[in-house]
Design a protein around this ligand. Structure first.
Ligand code: GTP
Ligand code: MG
Length: 259
């Protein structure tokens, strides 16, 4: 399997649509999901680089794993549901601290999903929806969850409103998401003026219609490129020792280096 150059992690409460967003981006469709157990990653080839996108479980019982998944992350997608104010509050209360293990220059996106339920403009995907067969540049691999599968609960069905096409009240205004983004920067001790602006890093998406989904992932892919280049440079400066190579001459080496 190819080695990922960089890692992006989806975090957020259960049922906000993290798995659906990843399906929409990678498989170009909205399909039934089961509540995620542990986590799984998808490998995306972006130009010459390999980017792993980690889908994590929002259920409380898996909370302890979150900081493990965030270790070394170059970007974190903090996801909430625009029809559920509590899902934004949870990001601040439960999920933000999990990102302490991410890279020091980790990039944050704040994403309000299920915009199709509140906003008629989210009924159309932004840009043409290309089928996976049409894409020639990407090569993708999905792995099974890396942690032990404890149980799999069916995800609650989509709400009656989404089935009937009735619009719901938006419970989270874009300004609230932007002000949360500002608090993330402060939590990380970052200067707002020299950081990426909230207008660029706060998205409203719909995994159901595809609205803004490509824009979200591809904005992040472009933004993590400097991290990839830095990591590659670091690896060149201190290359990894190949143990297999050393093993062939290990006796000789031991003897010559021993005094
Ligand atoms: N209307 C609408 N429903 C959505 C959207 N995204 C997800 N859903 C529905 O929301 C429910 C939860 O979606 P998931 O993708 O499984 O949520 P999750 O965040 O991965 O949940 P966990 O794995 O438990 O953390 C499912 O019934 C989806 O069909 C969306 O953009 N619009
Ligand atoms: Mg999931």
């Amino acid at each position: 399997m190819k080695k990922p150059d960089v890692k992006i992690v989806l975090l957020g409460d259960m049922n906000v649509g993290k798995t659906s967003l990843l399906h929409r981006y990678t498989e170009r469709k909205f399909k039934d999901t089961v509540s995620t157990v542990g986590g799984a990653f998808f490998l995306k080839q972006w130009g010459p680089y390999n980017i792993s996108i980690w889908d994590t479980a929002g259920r409380e019982q898996f909370h302890g794993l979150g900081s493990m998944y965030c270790r070394g992350a170059a970007a974190v997608i903090l996801t909430y549901d625009v029809t559920n104010w509590q899902s934004l509050a949870e990001l601040e209360e439960r999920f933000l601290s999990l990102t302490d293990t991410a890279n020091h220059d980790c990039i944050f996106a704040v994403v309000g999903n299920k915009a199709d339920l509140t906003d008629p403009k989210a009924h159309l995907p932004e840009g043409p929806d290309v089928t996976s067969d049409d894409r020639t540049e990407c090569e993708e691999e999905r792995t099974e969850p890396e942690v032990e599968v404890l149980s799999a609960c069916p995800t609650p069905p989509a709400s009656p409103a989404s089935l009937s096409g009735v619009m719901l009240n938006k419970q989270v205004a874009p300004e609230e998401a932007a002000s949360f983004y500002g608090r993330i920067l402060r939590y990380k001790g970052l200067d707002e003026k020299s950081s990426l602006p909230a207008e660029k890093m706060c998205f409203e998406t719909s995994a159901k219609t595809g609205y803004n989904v490509d824009a979200l992932f591809e904005t992040l892919f472009d933004l993590v490129l400097p991290s990839i280049l830095r990591k590659r440079n670091e690896n060149q400066e201190s290359p990894t020792v190949d143990l297999e190579e050393c093993r062939g001459g290990s006796n000789k080496r031991t003897r010559t280096s021993c005094c």
